[in-house]
Design a protein. Structure first.
Lengths: 349, 349
DNA sequence: CTGAAAGCGCTTACAG
DNA sequence: CTGAAAGCGCTTACAG
């Protein structure tokens, strides 16, 4: 403890056993070439000395990598936390290790983080892009030799010819359309779209799905029903009053995501409405809290943990087969109906 | 794209510039030894060829590491997600990269994950131990050359002589005592301790703090007031009825954590009580949801993100100074008073 | 079945 | 100010 003792290496083991380090290397990789007795002796010596394999050195020699970089906007957001958990789980099962980074929604920070991770020579990159990140940046920092998987949001600009990346996204438009159609089927007519930053690609797509459903039902959407908020519970709560500022007050809201919806439900109580009884709310994501809200929240399930597993599988496969055709996976988002929506027949006011 | 082009190396740059690779290396490390013109030429060539530094190779040569392993129970738990975000943020700022792993509360999985991460030769390990993990395991897999920082929970058994590790924990006992004392000061006398697994170290400590405060006030605690649940919102909700099964029903509950407390508040409504009006509730952790609950939850703030930053700083410092004395940091847990607790004078029944 | 030698991409004394 | 050489801990043909 006084001074750091040198780490045990292959050489130490080989020396102690009186064999060459090539032999020890073969034992490590369980080659059938080495005699059972020799193997036994070498393995015993490794245990005795507490040898630990230096995979970085092996990877350098073999020109391979067993790490994958994962960059998300914000780990503290349950959606990304679930996604990261899924990525890590699936990568671990395949013998890869996860290099974590987070951008905090800043394109500049994302560049730095990616740059730092790239120096560790990952076999691939899984990126949930910060708002405002553009291909021009990504290409220079990631280069053309490392497979990139983009998750959840589209990247601004267009990739230059020859820069290929895979994509996993949610069917935001279809999800929001399904939520809106449920409310329409339940008899609601004055339906708002509540929350999200209008300039994010996911919010644009969800709004488009909502508008589609409204248009198909022949309904107009006053501007006052399109309410922008930060995509957080706090903001969803704070701006609830905006729904009732005007004359034509809605009886239902399709929310940008669950965080906003859960915040809104609290805000509704403050405004004298009872969610699930005289005001209907839908969310998006199906985070764990959605099922235990008061009332439980009707939402669109996107299963972020499963998306994480899928992303990990895709990037590992791509690393093994660089020539494979580009994949663009838009995952259907499923409606999960709970008590926060109700038929207007039940309405008490 | 058809076949993977070789990665650009120092050699390529040196060759193209007609200098030795030692010179290029010096440029990389911004040594003042190299002539400004040469530096310029080399840097231009790097940009031109899209060179990316191979830090793994450099680390191997220098016998250093710029990675830290982080193993948590469950990333999807907001408490650990915040912690991980703090760790990653602070490590990134110091030029380290985070190697992520999760144990899913299984000691066996934890062993595997740690083993795999150790092969990447981290400069240190930050571990929030799975329940049931013991020193015997940790020592063999982590070895004595890599600094270990244990967070949040104590590890079973005792470390063998010479195996040193740092510790950051929360002052569970003082936190629970403070919560109980607040309720006492507000005039409550029949106070239950609600939730948690009695055999986890954090629950034991919190219960001890609660008992201390009750004893100091000369109050008895019937067994029926010590209620065990899984530490989740769902269970906190489901078992609310147990508080009112007996004759001497409490008017307040100190809860094991926020998840349980938020669940309990919903359950109270079902039982015909109004949290913050005729029943007082306290939590532990101050997760983001606590502040926006109905009513907002009085709780003990532990600031997991700041704990993460602190853990990162400590492990990096330890890696630089192996001889430093062992650190055992028990973080004061601060009472944050909100509307879920109230003076009995205000009570309506 | 085992050993000697070269090399992965970098850095570091040591000469010049 | 720059170059030649050795070495980090491993693997991989190639001989024997």
């Amino acid at each position: 403890m006084a001074d750091t003792p040198r780490r045990i290496t292959l050489n130490d083991i080989a020396h102690a056993c009186g064999v060459s380090r090539a032999t020890v290397s073969l034992v490590l990789r369980s080659s059938p070439l080495v005699h059972a007795d020799t193997r036994e002796r070498v393995e015993a010596e490794m245990r005795r000395q507490g040898y630990v394999y230096n995979r970085a050195a092996a990877n350098l020699r073999q020109r391979v990598s067993t790490a994958v970089a994962l960059v998300v906007n914000d780990l503290a957001n349950p959606f990304f936390a679930e996604f990261a958990a899924g990525v890590d789980e699936a990568l671990g099962a395949k013998g890869y290790v996860t290099l974590l980074g987070s951008s905090g929604e800043s394109a500049q920070r994302q560049r730095q983080v990616l740059g730092s991770l790239m120096e560790h020579n990952p076999a691939g990159v899984i990126l949930s892009p910060a708002e405002g990140s553009a291909f021009a940046d990504l290409e220079t920092v990631i280069g053309r030799h490392t497979p990139l998987l983009v998750f959840n949001r589209e990247v601004a600009g267009s990739a230059s010819k020859g820069f290929l990346y895979d994509f996993i996204g949610l069917d935001n438009r279809a999800g929001a359309r399904a939520a809106t159609e449920l409310l329409l089927a339940q008899g609601h007519r004055r339906i708002a779209f509540y929350g999200g930053h209008a300039d994010s690609s996911s919010c644009r797509q969800r709004r488009a799905g909502y508008r589609e459903a409204m248009a198909a039902a022949g309904l107009e959407v006053p501007d006052a029903w399109m309410i922008e908020t930060a995509p957080t519970r706090l903001e969803g709560n704070a701006r609830a009053g905006l729904l009732f500022a005007d004359g034509a007050t809605p009886t239902a809201a399709v929310c940008y995501n669950d965080a906003v919806a859960l915040g809104l439900m609290l805000g509704l109580v403050r405004e004298g409405r009872q969610p699930g009884v005289d005001f209907a709310v839908t969310g998006f994501d199906d985070i764990p809290e959605a099922a235990v809200g008061v009332p439980p929240l009707t939402t669109i399930s996107t299963d972020p943990r499963e998306r994480g597993r899928q992303a990990a599988a895709m990037v590992v496969e791509r690393a093994a087969h660089p020539g494979m055709a580009r994949r663009n996976s838009v995952v259907p988002a499923l409606l999960t109906q709970r008590a926060s929506t109700y038929g207007k027949a039940k309405a008490r006011r």
